[in-house]
Design a protein around this ligand. Structure first.
Ligand SMILES: [Zn+2]
Length: 215
């Protein structure tokens, strides 16, 4: 691994970290917003529905932003232009709906359990939000990492189709939290026509594909 490659890996890792932090804040805020609804006359059903909508919008925004950041940095570092693809937007929206529905369902289950425990409506809603917080954060960081890598992989595929020699290097952040699988893949390379099935390989995976292109 050259000094230049190391610098690139560090840049991508930093971008992922920034995206993940931003994503966590946005998701957490979006999923707590519906808690204010009962104060203005919203029912239980309203809160859950609003949670699904807020979560879906937040995840879609997270993914769209991560793709923009990935594409901009990819173009800047490769010097190769790449087309945007409108079809990824509907795929991202479908994925966002699934994740958001799952979080809202978890929230409802926790709230119902708290109500059975004798908590008030407001207390139960708050307790449910606290209980799903780590699931919300896990979704936020995983969606950011997934969209970032999906866009890198898409740009790489576009470049391969146009005849560029594309080299992908798997870059895991190596620390005490790195799992065996990601540790094993770190530094591995695929040269066109070969390519990786992009990270994340598990929830909270912090791996990034780093690309090198020759004409
Ligand atoms: Zn990983």
């Amino acid at each position: 691994v050259t000094k230049e490659q190391k610098r690139r890996m560090a840049e991508w890792a930093a971008l992922l970290l920034i995206l993940e932090n931003r994503s966590k804040r946005a998701m957490s805020a979006a999923m707590r917003l519906p808690l204010a609804l009962p104060a203005i006359g919203g029912t239980r059903a309203h809160v859950e529905m609003a949670m699904r909508t807020a979560g879906r919008k937040a995840i879609t925004a997270v993914r769209s932003h991560a793709r923009d950041v990935a594409r901009t940095h990819w173009v800047k570092t490769s010097g190769v232009s790449v087309q945007t693809d409108v079809s990824v937007k509907s795929a991202d929206e479908a994925r966002a709906a699934t994740s958001s529905d799952s979080l809202a369902r978890q929230w409802s289950e926790k709230r119902n359990a708290a109500l059975i425990d004798g908590k008030s409506e407001a207390e139960a809603s708050q307790a449910a939000s606290d209980a799903i917080e780590s699931a919300v954060e896990r979704t936020a960081v995983t969606e950011a990492a997934d969209a970032l890598n999906a866009e890198i992989a898409r740009a790489n595929a576009d470049a391969r189709a146009r005849g560029y020699k594309v080299t992908e290097t798997w870059n895991a952040i190596l620390d005490s939290r790195t799992c065996e699988e990601c540790f094993y893949r770190d530094g591995q390379q695929r040269v066109a026509p070969d390519f990786f099935d992009p990270p994340p390989v598990h929830a909270r995976c912090r791996c990034v594909l780093v690309t090198e292109i020759e004409g």
